[in-house]
Structures are given as structure tokens and as C-alpha cells.
Design a binder for this molecule. Structure first.
Ligand SMILES: Nc1ncnc2c1ncn2[C@@H]1O[C@H](COP(=O)(O)OP(=O)(O)OP(=O)(O)O)[C@@H](O)[C@H]1O
Length: 204
């Protein structure tokens, strides 16, 4: 990856070379340092100068193949309030060719059965967050990009998300790139690498 990002002629990030192997990464940095901007570039959501590849697939040259192998969940997700969680999950399940039993396992894991058939407009912030994480996890994409995945989760959900991420990385070799302001769980951190965005650069 080599990227340069400007917003309105202001240089935000200048990363001449960064190679992230299959792994497990936490992006840290102060407010406004560029974490979300970096994640959005890797997710292929915003324009930038330079190049990004994942598993040898270049985002610019093969945008569809690149996007097929990744997923993204934003820090404060918002969805059409009139849709139900189940409708969105069914859409993602179809697109990512996931099985019903995989979906059921996520609903069990995150205790979502009671509200998944309700309109998303009735959900609390934590309920929306869990939905956004399930949508990112469905179909086991090879690269999962999560902006602040731990905010608004209750302790039970937080532990389950951390455990799922850890196991998915260990067993399926999924790469996770995530940002967080929170103190990181030692168990999670032990297999991950912390990268810090500071002064428009990124360092480990
Ligand atoms: N759409 C935009 N237009 C203009 N400037 C933007 C835009 N999005 C972000 N920025 C600027 O880019 C810089 C980096 O923002 P970014 O959201 O990536 O930071 P962050 O590290 O994720 O911050 P936080 O920890 O507060 O979430 C900030 O100076 C911000 O003002």
C-alpha cells in the first residue's frame, strides 16, 4: 500500500509504503489523526492517490474482486430505519453466499433473536452496532475492516466480539484491521499488532 490523502487540499495522510501481512491490526491515534480516513481508503470507499492491494488483488485494477474479499463496518452505523435487521442480514447472506446456519449462529451468539425482525429505527445504539458487526462477519470475508468495533457494546457482547475475532483470525486466517480508542483486551492484543497514526504517518 502506498497512499496519499488530501481533503480540500489539506494533506491528511502520507504513507509511502506499508505492507500488512495476513494478521490482526489495531489502528490507534488521536482524534482527527486519520484512522477512519485510512480505514475508508482500505475499504475502497473514498478516493486517494496511490495504490492498495490485498492478497495480490489491486483495488484500482480489480475493484470488484477486491471488494468481494473485504467487508467494512463503520464506527456509527446507520441504516434505513424502516428495514428490519433480518432483511439486511438476508441481503448480505445472499450476496456473500453464506449459509442459514451461519446466520443463525450469529443471532444466537449476539442474542439478537428478540429484535432482529423489528425495524432498525427501534434499535438502541448497541443493537445497531451488533447488527453492523454481524453484517461485516457474514460469509467470512478474507479482510474485515472495523472502525471502532467495541464502542456501545455491553460487556457480554464485547467479550463475544473479541472472542469471535480472535477465533476467526486463528482458524480462518481472516485479516482484521480495526481502530480503537479503548484499552485493548490483553487476550486480543496478544495476537495483534498495534499501528499508530501520528503526524500523517503510520508506525508500528
Ligand atoms: N469528509 C471530510 N472532509 C474534509 N475533511 C475531513 C473529512 N473527513 C475527515 N476529515 C479530516 O481528516 C482528518 C482525519 O479525520 P479522521 O476522521 O480520519 O480522524 P480519526 O483519527 O478517525 O478521528 P477520531 O478518533 O476523532 O474518530 C481530520 O482533520 C478531519 O477533519
Amino acid at each position: 500500500m502506498n497512499v496519499t490523502k488530501y481533503y480540500n487540499k489539506h494533506l491528511i495522510l502520507e504513507i509511502p509504503a506499508l505492507l500488512l501481512k495476513n494478521g490482526f491490526y489495531w489502528i490507534k491515534g488521536a482524534n482527527g489523526s486519520g484512522k477512519t480516513t485510512l480505514l475508508k481508503m482500505i475499504a475502497g470507499l473514498i478516493p486517494f492517490d496511490g495504490d492498495i492491494s490485498f492478497n495480490g488483488i489491486n483495488l484500482r485494477k480489480h475493484p470488484l474482486a477486491y471488494r468481494r474479499s473485504i467487508s467494512w463496518a463503520e464506527a456509527e452505523p446507520s441504516y434505513p430505519p424502516f428495514m428490519t435487521g433480518a432483511e439486511l442480514i438476508a441481503l448480505y447472506q445472499r450476496i456473500r453466499k453464506a449459509t442459514l446456519s451461519e446466520v443463525r449462529a450469529f443471532l444466537d451468539l449476539f442474542n439478537m433473536h428478540d429484535y432482529v425482525d423489528s425495524a432498525i429505527g427501534t434499535y438502541s445504539a448497541g443493537m445497531v452496532k451488533k447488527l453492523s458487526l454481524v453484517l461485516a462477519f457474514i460469509g467470512s470475508p478474507a479482510l474485515v475492516i472495523l472502525d471502532e468495533p467495541l464502542i456501545t457494546l455491553d460487556p457480554d457482547a464485547l467479550t463475544k466480539v473479541c472472542t469471535y475475532i480472535h477465533e476467526q483470525h486463528q482458524h480462518s486466517n481472516t485479516t482484521f484491521i480495526m481502530s480503537s480508542h479503548q484499552e485493548l483486551d490483553a487476550h486480543l492484543l496478544s495476537s495483534g499488532e498495534v499501528l499508530t497514526v501520528n503526524n500523517k504517518q503510520i508506525s508500528s
